[in-house]
Design a protein around this ligand. Sequence first.
Ligand code: ZN
Length: 195
Amino acid sequence: MIASGNRRTVIGVLLTLTLAIAVLAGLGATGRLTLIHEPVPGQAAAVVDEVPGEETGPVCPLDKRYVDEKPEGLRQDVLAGFTRLREAAGKQGVRLCVEDSKRSRGQQQREFDSAVKRFGSKDQASRYVLSPDQSMHVKGIAVDVQPLASAAWVETNGRALGWCRRYQNEKWHFEYDTNYVTGGCPALLPSATGF
Ligand SMILES: [Zn+2]
């Protein structure tokens, strides 16, 4: 009787342990998923960096030189901010085509590698294309809007919704930060690469 009772206790403990491990594993997986959409800067950067965006999309109906890809993979608050921007534009009859938005580290690295081939060296390539560590597209906070007439609308009206143009040489590139709403857009930098 005692031996059998002990065995039951051991089985009970084992079952409890197995359950506890399963619950912890589940929480771990959920925690990781939550992290991908964690809007706190710094905390989720490493995970967000790995999220790819669309490689391309349907032709932009305003100008067939551009595409209108889905802005998938952007940080969750940035995606919500872009949806608000697009709705505000639509109310004024302006359509925004997304030429490019989220890129994973791998996608950015491929762009950099092809620039190295094209320009002959990493030094030259880095004048035109950012490394995965530097790109705001990898961080999931940047959207390239085309055609330029639509980008001009964003430059004029985007700040109130947290969107600012950042670079003199990229009329199409906008970054999202709610501090822009109150603090205004920062002064334009000559370029993203510093050249
Ligand atoms: Zn850009």
